[in-house]
Design a protein around this ligand. Structure first.
Ligand code: ADP
Length: 432
């Protein structure tokens, strides 16, 4: 073979080789391309699957939220409503979503609650979960009470971007609460009135004294004037007595009025010993009728208590009346009520009402402070329950004990005013 043909053959071999390498390379590339394409399809399928699942989830979530009977809404930090479900639209008397979405929630919050609402929004956007109540005026002007459970919604980076609130109408609940409160006040008033009724005899007797004294002094003056031998100066003293007795009668009447009147507590610095004496005075007649001796052991120089004297008087009165009734039920030899006032460790003043009645049955002692609990045929069962609410509303406590030898002891405490303040408050006095 000549050199030229050898060179040609070699060139051919190289060409074929190159072609084959190129073919193998492109086949390989083609295969890689196919592979990449398949992977892309798979990825696309996966993405589609994720999208489908996301959509399903969103649909499920939407269905849950839309069919949720409570109002569910999303709000932006400035109070703009971003989303609200149909229950929310109904709650706010909105016909279409656009009546609410895009508007500020404050438009349906009652004026006096706007600041409270704003503060709660601020807390949620600071990351807190908050429960709050507020008064709302719906789009149709209906006034209702709402309770919202609000939580912050965070984005992927953890920043709060919306408030998710679940709100329910608590108007009925509020109304029932209000009714209950009114009922309680009314019951307390009725109880006061019935206490009053029972004390009416005592009061008539109490009033009778100053009135007959006035009549006597006035008659004495007339007699002296008629006889002609009286210097005007001699009339001053009996006439002063007339004035004093008339003032006493007036004071008794004012007391009755205060007792019956339904009013807010009137807090003053009260001398508990004066309250006890006052009750004893009012129940004197009843005690006499029940052949009951009332003995007082009143600690001198008691600190005053910050209280509504009429209410505290009602507590003492209830305990004294209960003691009398308990002793009247049995053939107790000695009917005695001892009322003690004790300074209890400096912070509290304690009042004890001790009787020589039958005591309290161990089986019911835990129930006697319950509303409507009574063992008396004519009882209402409100006296001790009202007494407990009064004492507790004054920051004190009340308890009962049955003594081994018979008889019951009721003890209640009231917060003492620190001595320094006590001095400052001297100007306050009982029934001031
Ligand atoms: P009411 O007197 O109208 O029944 P209260 O609340 O005053 O209602 O008293 C509830 C019950 O507590 C009474 O029915 C009685 O059983 C009992 N109780 C109260 N005070 C005494 C007492 N001093 N001695 C014995 N039992 C008492």
């Amino acid at each position: 073979m000549s050199g030229a043909s050898e060179a040609m053959l070699l060139g051919l071999v190289v060409l074929v080789g190159t072609l084959m390498v190129a073919m193998i390379g492109s086949t390989y590339l083609l295969l890689r391309l196919r592979e990449a394409e398949t992977r892309l399809h798979e990825k696309e399928d996966q993405h589609q699957g994720i999208l489908d699942r996301l959509q399903e989830n969103e649909y499920r979530l939407r269905t849950i939220i839309e069919s949720e009977p409570e109002c569910v809404k999303l709000q932006a930090a400035d109070g703009t409503v971003l989303e609200i479900n149909p229950a929310g639209l109904r709650l706010l008397d909105a016909g279409r979503p656009e009546d609410i979405i895009g508007t500020k929630i404050y438009d349906v919050v009652a004026q006096e609650y706007k600041d409270i609402y704003r503060e709660n929004m601020r807390r949620v956007f600071a990351g807190e979960a908050v429960v709050y109540e507020f008064k709302s005026i719906t789009l149709k002007g209906r006034v209702c009470w709402m309770e919202t459970h609000a939580v912050p919604l965070r984005d992927a980076r953890g920043a709060v971007y919306a408030l998710l609130g679940i709100t329910r109408d608590i108007t009925e609940h509020k109304w029932a609460e209000e009714q209950g409160r009114r009922h309680q006040t009314e019951l307390a008033r009725v109880a006061r009135l019935s206490t009053m009724g029972e004390m009416a005899t005592g009061l008539a007797h109490e009033l009778n004294q100053p009135l007959s004294a006035i009549a006597n002094f006035a008659r004495g003056c007339i007699r002296r004037l008629r006889s002609g031998d009286v210097a005007p100066a001699d009339l001053i003293e009996p006439l002063e007595e007339v004035c004093e007795q008339a003032e006493r009668a007036g004071e008794i009447m004012r007391h009755v009025r205060d007792f019956v009147r339904k009013s807010e507590p009137r807090m003053t610095a009260v001398d508990i010993n004066l309250v006890v004496r006052s009750v004893v005075k009012f129940t004197e007649h009843e005690a006499r009728q029940n052949e009951t001796v009332v003995t007082l052991h009143l600690a001198p120089q008691q600190p005053r208590v910050w209280a509504d004297s009429i209410m505290v008087e009602q507590v003492v009165c209830n305990l004294v009346r209960n003691a009398m009734e308990a002793m009247a039920e049995t053939r107790t030899l000695r009917r005695e009520i001892i009322i003690r006032t004790v300074r209890n460790g400096g912070d509290f003043v304690e009042v004890e009402v001790i009787d020589t009645g039958p005591g309290i049955d161990g089986a019911v002692i835990d129930q006697i402070f319950d509303q409507f609990f009574t063992t008396k045929p004519e009882g209402v069962g409100m006296g001790l329950s009202i007494s407990r609410s009064i004492v507790e509303s004054h920051g004190g406590s009340i308890r009962a004990e049955s003594r081994a030898g018979g008889g019951a002891t009721f003890r209640f405490t009231l917060k003492a005013i620190p001595i320094r303040l006590n001095r400052d408050e001297r100007r306050y006095s009982l029934h001031s």
